[in-house]
Design a protein around this ligand. Structure first.
Ligand code: FMN
Length: 326
């Protein structure tokens, strides 16, 4: 029995299943991205993981060695400790024939958008309120990822939950909408499709996958010992809200924020250097760096191969929808 579902998103992106892997800085590298695309979803490579455009080019070429299927590159336009070489990243994507570009955070500049169009890319924009989605649509984007408040990473400053955000975006936009934030199972995917979404986008679920390059001990800890109460909102006082695992380190960052200290007081603990040590070297979540994590961690209990995640999600989604047919 086939568990495929054709939607505007599978059609537009040329993928088998309407399941997209969330971009994750330092983590969404070729091994994960290639595995997701090869299994029939859409892998999304993180550009800001790379210091230079040439490093990104090398990573894109690694993806192409793993899969000949479509994949995307994400450009995250959020406040960061150093300014990435956005123009270089976009140029390299164009030169390497990347067909799908995803932006997140600010709406890209007119010059960036012109480059996406010049290279013939499909442009997807991830946002957390309908107003920004409408602005991106007006600027020419082809797809919207609606990232609700439950999400890992940056839920924005308006706290709009996934259920309402998807519904509002579907109601207000002409371009297809993809639901993000809190999706980790087939039943949740079915719910998103019922709201009118044309696909789902999962970060935390793919963080806790075998092909994710993070230390196995850390992935297992998060999969086996956390629930929906174990995330915390950081950096709200600096208008850069970030949902992370509620570790001792995250609680200490929040305590410093509550004292009204400037960003410098938390910068080192929120830095990429510390995050990379945590992810790839020591796994010491209580003392070294912080890790973005979504509330959906409450429904994820195991670290699974990417192919199994996609197939289980599709099967559960299709069976759920079929069970309601009258
Ligand atoms: C460890 C981690 C790192 C992330 N880094 C980024 C990033 O660099 N850029 C971005 O647009 N989103 C980033 N995100 C957010 C995801 O792409 C996605 O929007 C979010 O995880 C969706 O919510 P979910 O975790 O409930 O599936 C990150 C998420 C995680 C778990």
């Amino acid at each position: 029995m086939s568990y495929a579902i054709q939607t505007k998103v599978t059609e537009m992106l040329g993928i088998e299943y309407p399941i997209i892997q969330g971009c994750m800085q330092w983590i969404a590298r070729a091994c994960l991205v290639g595995a997701v695309s090869e299994a029939g979803g859409l892998g999304v490579l993180s550009s800001s993981t790379h210091r230079t455009a040439e490093d990104l080019r090398a990573e894109i070429r690694k993806v192409k060695k793993i899969t000949s299927k479509p994949f995307a590159v994400n450009i995250t336009l959020l406040p960061s400790l150093y300014v990435p070489d956005y123009d270089g990243f976009i140029r390299v994507c164009g030169e390497e024939g990347v067909k799908i570009i995803e932006t997140a955070g600010r709406i890209p500049s007119d010059a960036m958008i012109a480059k996406f169009k010049e290279y013939g890319m499909i442009w997807s924009h991830k946002c957390t309120i309908t107003k920004h989605a409408q602005k991106a649509e007006k600027a020419g984007c082809d797809l919207i990822v609606a990232d609700g408040f439950e999400c890992a990473g940056h839920p924005g400053e308006n706290d709009i939950g996934t259920m309402v955000l998807t519904t509002r975006c579907v109601e207000q936009l002409h371009v297809p909408v993809i639901t993000a934030g809190g999706v980790g199972t087939g039943r949740q995917m079915a719910a998103a499709l019922m709201l009118g979404a044309q696909g789902v986008y999962m970060g935390t679920r793919f963080l806790l996958s075998e092909e994710c390059p993070v230390l196995d001990s850390l992935k297992r800890h998060l999969a086996e010992n956390t629930n929906e109460l174990d995330t915390i909102l950081l950096l709200r006082s600096y208008v850069n809200t970030t949902r992370a695992y509620k570790s001792e380190m995250a609680k200490s960052v929040l305590a410093r924020e509550k004292q009204g200290l400037p960003f410098d007081a938390v910068a080192e603990d929120m830095s990429g250097i510390k995050a990379q040590e945590l992810f790839f070297e020591n796994g010491d979540y209580d003392h070294c760096g912080t890790i973005c994590l979504g509330q959906v961690t409450g429904v994820i209990h195991d670290v699974l191969p990417v192919r199994q995640i996609i197939e289980d999600t599709m099967r559960e989604c299709v069976e759920t929808i079929r069970s309601f047919q009258v």
